[in-house]
Design a binder for this molecule. Structure first.
Ligand code: COA
Ligand code: ZN
Length: 296
């Protein structure tokens, strides 16, 4: 069997632009434009869209309209609308807004955890326990994120064993899927190989997702390594919008259009219409000139 024939035939592309993309945007984006963007992306065929975060509006002012966005989007059957939740307060807000899928996020680096959520890794799990219990009781679908799974902007390279331990704890809490995130986009194909060699032995590859940023231009090469390990869930952001306001040096996410071009080129099914994604981005850029221009 050739290399390409050995790769998965079908991949889930998780569109994170409305959350990871917009959270880093300095100029305010009106709620109605976010709603229109999300609806256009759903029409493009994404099975999962990360729409917003129920975090502190002081920490991420751009997403202060999380309730309104969640309530106003017309739900397309077959699309999962995901929202980040940092604590019980966030879960209450998410439930009140009608969310049925949430993402909990922690980090593999203490320094990043402090910068991102003003808590140690241990404290984040203390916050998650009651959230996960209530979310499970309410029948929500739960994703877990391990941020800085390769490099931390503050403390450098991250030990893969630490990532495995975080992923294990997230699965134990009841997460259905765990995303390993290269928050600052510094992972090399060799880093990805090293982590996945361990992670795909420890966990079911179908329950792992990869979240790459494209800082060093290596995101697609890293996706190729993931595919070779049988990973079938990849995050990307329409138009390459985004970055993380708490991670200096994290400019763009892997652009969805580029990921789709790669997957199409490998003959891998996604169910997403690449031109419709480009049209959704063009519409947003026309309404908000200069969007995505800020480098973190
Ligand atoms: N939604 C809305 N407001 C919230 C909130 C939530 N989920 N959680 C806390 N707050 C508010 C509190 O009410 C309090 O408000 P006040 O100052 O008006 O009294 C304030 O935020 C601080 O609350 P506290 O519990 O002390 O939290 P904190 O200051 O330690 O911050 C987080 C913790 C997690 C809430 C905050 O750091 C955060 O939202 N970070 C966002 C991280 C993020 O989105 N990163 C990008 C994704 S990886
Ligand atoms: Zn990201």
């Amino acid at each position: 069997m050739s290399f390409v024939e050995r790769l998965p035939r079908q991949v889930t592309v998780v569109e994170v632009g409305p959350r990871d993309g917009l959270q880093n945007e300095a100029q305010p984006v009106p709620t109605e434009l976010k709603v229109a963007f999300i609806e256009r992306l759903a029409d493009a065929g994404f099975p999962v869209i990360e729409v917003t975060s129920f975090v502190s509006p002081k920490a991420v002012p751009q997403l202060a309209d999380a309730e309104e966005v969640m309530r106003r989007i017309a739900r397309r059957p077959g699309t999962r609308y995901l929202a980040l939740v940092p604590n019980e307060r966030g879960l209450e807000r998410a439930l009140a807004a009608g969310c049925d899928a949430i993402a909990l996020f922690t980090a593999a680096s203490e320094a990043f955890s402090q910068a991102n959520v003003r808590a140690s890794i241990e404290e984040t799990f203390g916050r998650f326990r009651p959230v996960a219990e209530r979310a499970q009781a309410a029948g929500l679908w739960i994703r877990g994120y391990v941020s800085t799974a390769f490099h931390c902007p503050y403390s450098g390279p991250v030990d893969p064993q630490q990532v495995l331990s975080m992923a294990d704890r997230l699965f134990s809490l009841g997460c259905h899927e765990v995303a390993l995130a290269d928050t600052i986009g510094r992972a090399t194909p060799r880093d990805v190989d090293r982590l996945l060699a361990l992670a795909t032995r420890a966990f079911e590859p179908s329950r792992l997702a990869l979240h790459f940023h494209d800082t060093a231009g290596l995101a697609l090469a890293n996706v190729m390594i993931g595919l070779d390990y049988g990973i079938t869930v990849f995050d990307a952001s329409a138009g390459g919008l985004g970055g993380c306001p708490f991670a200096p040096g994290a400019p763009g996410n892997l652009a969805t259009e580029r990921l789709l071009a790669l997957l199409e080129g490998l003959g891998i099914e996604t169910g997403v219409d690449r031109e419709a994604v480009a049209a959704a981005v063009a519409e947003l850029r026309e309404a908000v000139p200069g969007i995505g221009a800020r480098a973190c």
